[in-house]
Design a protein around this ligand. Structure first.
Ligand code: ATP
Ligand code: MG
Length: 566
């Protein structure tokens, strides 16, 4: 798939529902929104929501708004809001001119709150938070009505205005919806609409000391923007009656009547997604920051080298449903492999070097082999890789006493060097003190460069190599899953997610790479043949001194090269 080619959303229950609405005669434009709270960085779970909302809008020729759901000033910041915009753009989506902030609606939301009081649908309450909890009842017992519930509207109005004017300390009063303290759905037991909270807001500054609650601000913000389908995760299903209640009470004043639809959130194994946990990972130094390549944040995945097209393909593959489930991390990794298999140019590097000396090759001799940058895409061009008498191969590609099916190098056996000759192992040199193999003496068959042996003998294995004289050392960071358990912290009683951190999630090593790779640009991707996909770290790389992040390993790291595949 072309990196810029955003696939249209696959069919799902929401599309079926929209199709049914259309079949029943609705002709309204489809307007969705992605409403993050700017209190942290977006993660892969948010990507599911982004792809769904923007994807639906694209599929129906409508539009998708980006709305900062910023009604909780304590944890929100400009830094987060900017990072959110950047991440949505990076994923490949464009909100055009439709960037909105719930905080821009504060005045309207406030005036509607006054209106609810006038209509007998809200009242100012003086119960403390603790009292309110006690009055709320339980799932099996109805709640009790607050003594302030029948406060005259004029008095509530006066109090609300004075709350806004800053006459009362935090927590002294709240504004509550007047619904039903006996409702089986606890969300309908006179929920709080406004609370007094003196906190500087990153956009409205100190203009307000009362802030609306999410359940109030959200449906009205949707209505203001003319959202037709307000898509959220399943935990809001029980809030839908409240969502509809606010829209109903103010229906005559609102420009639109949005509909809330819930879908199952993404749960991904071997990682954590709650923003609180992600913040703890950062604050406690388990990772280097929000953009640590092991983080499930979009900035982290980006720095790791996950292409946005792979994340979109993943969101498409997992689909959109109504029941909570877990997706295995390998599904995401496979999407990354599929994308990089097509996109990433190939190069040679050796991670665990064993020296090979070609005894029949001229001491000063140097050749350059033509090496295709991609086995299936000739348009990716080729490069020249230097070759000489002394090489490095992977230690794993040699066995002194191999089983029959070992098709790589062994005493007396032949193997092909990628892009080069067939060589044969003649002698194994060991360190006399330790017995460790330190060098292989080999001979090469000069007639086999780019050709099969004339005598028809079969050589099954192909291995990668670098020229000892030309190879350069480069830093490689072998990233792995952040946790050793699929559901970190779950299972055993009292187990903390920290105990499941993978101590091997980042191993820093040095590799010997073909010389051309030292010029690899920050942010470029490469498949190191037979090893894995790598990404030149955009933060720590310097010109001429790249740092290679491992994106993912190859599925089947050595069997495939002969087939010319990945
Ligand atoms: P967290 O629980 O991690 O703090 P949140 O849901 O509070 O996340 P928001 O900024 O409110 O974060 O989320 C913005 C949108 O992204 C919401 O519409 C929410 O439903 C959606 N979203 C958040 N997490 C997921 C997820 N894991 N899968 C799908 N959608 C998600
Ligand atoms: Mg939320």
């Amino acid at each position: 798939m072309n990196a810029n080619d955003i696939p249209s959303a696959p069919t799902n229950f929401i599309r079926n529902l929209i199709d049914a609405e259309r079949a029943a005669g609705s002709s309204s434009e489809i307007i969705t929104r992605f409403p993050p709270e700017p209190n942290g960085y977006l993660h892969i779970g948010h990507a599911k929501s982004i792809c769904l909302n923007f994807g639906l809008a694209a599929a129906y020729g409508g539009r998708c708004h980006l709305r900062m759901d910023d009604t909780n000033p304590e944890k929100e910041s400009v830094e987060y809001a900017e990072a959110i915009k950047e991440a949505v753009r990076w994923l490949g989506f464009d909100w055009g001119e439709h960037l909105y902030y719930a905080s821009d609606y504060y005045e309207r939301l406030y005036l509607w709150a006054e209106e609810l009081i006038r209509r007998g649908r809200a009242y100012v309450d003086s119960l403390s938070a603790e009292e309110m909890r006690a009055y709320r009842g339980t799932l099996t017992e109805p709640g009790r009505e607050s003594p302030d519930r029948d406060r005259p509207a004029a008095e509530s109005l006066d109090l609300l205005r004075r709350m806004r004017a800053g006459e009362f300390p935090d927590g002294a009063y709240t504004l509550r919806a007047r619904i039903d303290m006996a409702a089986p759905n606890m969300n309908l037991r006179d929920p709080v609409i406004y609370r007094i909270q003196r906190h500087h807001h990153y956009r409205t500054g100190d203009a307000w000391c009362i802030y609306p609650m999410y359940d109030y601000a959200h449906p009205l913000s949707d209505a203001i923007e003319g959202i037709t389908h307000s898509i959220c995760t399943l935990e809001f299903e029980d809030h839908r009656p409240l969502y509809d209640w606010f829209l109903e009470q103010l229906a005559d004043l609102l420009p639109a009547r949005p509909r809330q639809i819930e879908f199952a959130r993404l749960n991904l194994s071997y990682t954590l997604m709650s923003k609180r946990r992600l913040l703890e990972l950062v604050r406690e130094g388990h990772v280097s920051g929000w953009d640590d390549p092991r983080m499930p944040t979009l900035v982290g995945l980006r720095r790791r080298g996950f292409p946005p097209a792979a994340i979109r393909a993943f969101c498409e593959r997992i689909g959109v449903g109504k029941s909570d489930s877990w997706i295995d991390m390998s599904v995401l990794e496979d999407c990354v492999r599929e994308e990089l298999n097509v996109a990433a140019p190939r190069a040679l590097a050796v991670f665990n070097p064993l020296k090979v000396v070609l005894t029949d090759y001229p001491v000063e001799g140097v050749e350059e082999f033509e090496a295709a940058n991609h086995p299936q895409r000739p348009e990716a061009g080729s490069r020249r890789v230097p070759f000489c008498r002394e090489l490095y191969i992977e230690r794993d590609d040699f066995m002194e006493d191999p089983p029959k099916k070992f098709f790589r190098l062994a005493p007396g056996r032949e193997v092909r060097l990628r892009f080069g000759y067939i060589i044969r192992c003649e002698e194994v040199i060991k360190d006399p003190a330790t017995g460790e193999i330190v060098e292989l003496r080999c001979t090469h068959d000069p007639a086999t460069l780019g050709a099969n042996p004339a005598d028809g003998r079969k050589v099954k294995g192909t291995i990668h190599w670098v020229s000892a004289r030309h190879a350069q050392p480069a830093e490689v960071r072998l990233y792995d899953r952040l946790f050793t358990q699929p559901n970190p912290g779950a299972g055993r009683e009292g187990r903390d997610w920290r105990a499941d951190l993978n101590p091997e999630s980042c191993r820093v090593r040095e590799a010997l790479v073909e010389p051309g790779l030292m010029q690899a640009a920050a942010g470029s991707q490469v498949q190191l043949e037979r090893i894995g996909y790598f990404f030149v770290d955009p933060v720590d790389s310097r010109p001429g001194r790249p740092v290679f992040n491992r994106v993912v390993t190859l599925r089947d790291s050595w069997a495939k090269v002969d087939g010319g595949g990945d």
